[in-house]
Design a protein around this ligand. Structure first.
Ligand code: NAP
Length: 247
């Protein structure tokens, strides 16, 4: 894969899966614009690590749920690197709780970041991509968006929504050289899953045919493939990266 001359935005690139995607893109020569919510030190470290791999990189504070901030993020990518070819909708949060105890604000917060954020980023990125007649959009769904999960109605709804958003966008824009796909990770070892109890981890592990939890790099490889020219004829797909968990 060769991403020389291509510019990618990775939302939530400061940590976890987003950071691994940034490094994988940088390794293959892309210019990387990563956004973060509040963790500036981690974001600057990811940017510096991308540069150490020979790429150009920029870290931008941007709340993906804010339309004006997302527009500024896309403008920063286009102004800094002369275009925008790849969007990775990775930023995501959880606010878990059983339905009867879930507050409206926890429901809204998760939908705003995970689903509305992806919508705002797609909408802003589509403009330069249509002008270029080239684009790759990859959005992070989840095994939970495919199968549901007790205690995560908000998160599951947001991740199922990513699939509808992706397929609809693929139908609208694939004729303009823009593909839209989703990746559905299973249980990946990041800060998001770090607070799980040992017993809950053991139960989860027993449902994974591959016999291990996933790494951010496992997911990043699939994301970057879908962002590459090699995936030009794949659009509207959902690729599970879960060690067989969702089968
Ligand atoms: P993580 O380690 O918790 O990192 C989340 C990232 O999102 C951070 O970079 C964070 O920035 C950023 N972020 C959060 N809210 C944001 C906002 N409003 N605007 C911009 N950036 C924001 O998460 P992860 O585990 O790597 O997950 C990445 C994606 O994969 C998420 O969409 C998640 O739902 C999905 N996923 C994860 C798993 C898993 O097992 N880990 C499984 C399936 C799907 P700061 O550092 O500034 O806070």
């Amino acid at each position: 894969m060769n991403f020389q001359g291509k510019t990618a935005i990775v939302t939530g690139g400061s940590r976890g899966i987003g950071r691994a995607v940034c490094l994988e893109l940088a390794k293959h020569g892309a210019n990387v614009v990563l956004c973060f919510a509040g963790n500036e030190a981690a974001a600057q470290k990811t940017a510096a690590d991308c540069e150490a791999l020979g790429a150009r990189a920029l870290a931008v504070r941007c709340n993906v749920a804010d339309a004006a901030e997302v527009q500024a993020l896309v403008a920063a990518a286009v102004e800094s690197f002369g275009g925008l070819h790849i969007l990775i909708n990775n930023a995501g949060i959880t606010r878990d709780g059983l339905l009867l105890r879930m507050s409206e604000s926890d429901f809204d917060a998760v939908l705003d970041t995970n689903l509305k954020g992806a919508f705002l980023c797609m909408k802003a990125a589509a403009k330069p991509m249509i002008r270029q007649r080239y684009g790759r959009i990859v959005s992070l769904s989840s095994v939970v968006g495919l199968r549901g999960n007790a205690g995560q109605v908000n998160y599951a709804a947001s991740k199922a929504g990513i699939i509808g958003l992706t397929k609809s966008m693929a139908k609208e824009l694939s004729g303009r050289g823009i593909t839209a796909n989703a990746v559905a990770p299973g249980f990946i070892e990041t800060d998001m899953t770090a607070s799980m109890t040992e017993s809950a981890r053991a139960v989860t592990l027993s449902t994974i045919p591959a016999g291990r939890l996933g790494s951010p790099e496992d997911v990043a490889k699939a994301v970057v493939f879908l962002a590459s020219d090699d995936a030009a004829y794949i659009t509207g797909e959902v690729l599970s990266v879960d060690g067989g968990m969702a089968m």
